[in-house]
Design a protein around this ligand. Structure first.
Ligand SMILES: NC(=O)c1ccc[n+]([C@@H]2O[C@H](COP(=O)([O-])OP(=O)(O)OC[C@H]3O[C@@H](n4cnc5c(N)ncnc54)[C@H](O)[C@@H]3O)[C@@H](O)[C@H]2O)c1
Length: 227
């Protein structure tokens, strides 16, 4: 396995895992890289190249053993290990994440939420209690937490992230629209749904522009006129 794995490969791993989970459900035991590539709409060489980063997993002339590859990618993604989360900000998004049952299938368990609003403090969401933010340090001293999720207003996120770092948190899943300043050994994964939506919007606008141009000029892009 290579020492440094590119972000692009890491980003593709969950997709491999999802497709392999589907194959397992269909009781497919073995698949060639070209069949897997066709299902995933990528090239076979991309799959081979990505998986070679971790030492291969395939055999010449055999392809991939689906249960083995699924288990190995699961291990790389840490799905076989239980990971405990807390959520800071028990509003709309924080509660939606706490309510999402599928995270548990991937080994993630929300243990507690924290908020400053007396309206939500004391509630229980899928077995996880909402505590007052003042209790954060005391809670983290008593409970081993792997990941802290930030779903609070952006102007509060930086200060809360610093508190989390002081408590020894090493991984932050950040939904607040702000860049956090954290210690070098703290991992931050930023999630921006609106950026994803804007990318979709860009592609939609570009497709419409292309369609309009085609209609105006009759140019289909193939060098042939459509009329
Ligand atoms: N990244 C994304 O894709 C994405 C999507 C939606 C929302 N957001 C962001 O997530 C955050 C939450 O959004 P929402 O719709 O759930 O808002 P919300 O107002 O419903 O929830 C925010 C919660 O944070 C609590 N809060 C405020 N200050 C706090 C503090 N110092 N410590 C702990 N809790 C505190 C509030 O009491 C409230 O319960 C916002 O910053 C929003 O911009 C991000």
């Amino acid at each position: 396995m290579k020492d440094k794995v590119s972000t692009a490969v890491i980003q593709r791993l969950p997709r491999y895992y999802r497709y392999l989970s589907d194959l397992l459900e269909e009781n497919v035991e073995r698949i060639s890289s070209s069949d897997l590539a066709a299902r995933m709409h990528v090239t076979a060489s991309q799959i081979r190249q990505d998986l070679n980063t971790f030492g291969g997993f395939g055999q010449q002339g055999y392809g991939y053993h689906v249960p083995h590859l699924h288990a190995e990618i699961g291990k790389l993604l840490g799905i076989d290990q239980q990971k405990y989360l807390i959520i800071i900000g028990a509003g709309n998004l924080g509660q939606a994440l706490a309510n999402y049952q599928n995270f548990t299938k991937r080994g993630f368990q929300v243990k507690a939420l924290f908020d400053i609003d007396p309206e939500v403090i004391g509630r229980t969401i899928q077995g996880a209690q909402v505590f007052p933010l003042e209790y954060l340090e005391a809670y983290l001293e008593k409970n081993a937490i792997d990941i802290a999720t930030l779903t609070l207003p952006r102007d509060r996120a930086i200060e809360v992230a610093k508190r989390l770092c002081r408590c020894g948190i090493k991984a932050i899943w950040n939904f607040a629209h702000t860049d956090l300043q954290v210690d070098e050994d703290v991992l931050v994964e930023n999630v921006h749904l609106s950026e994803s939506l804007m990318q979709l919007s860009y592609r939609m606008i570009a497709a419409r522009r292309k369609q309009k141009k085609t209609e105006e000029t009759g140019d289909t892009g193939t060098g042939e006129r459509s009329d």
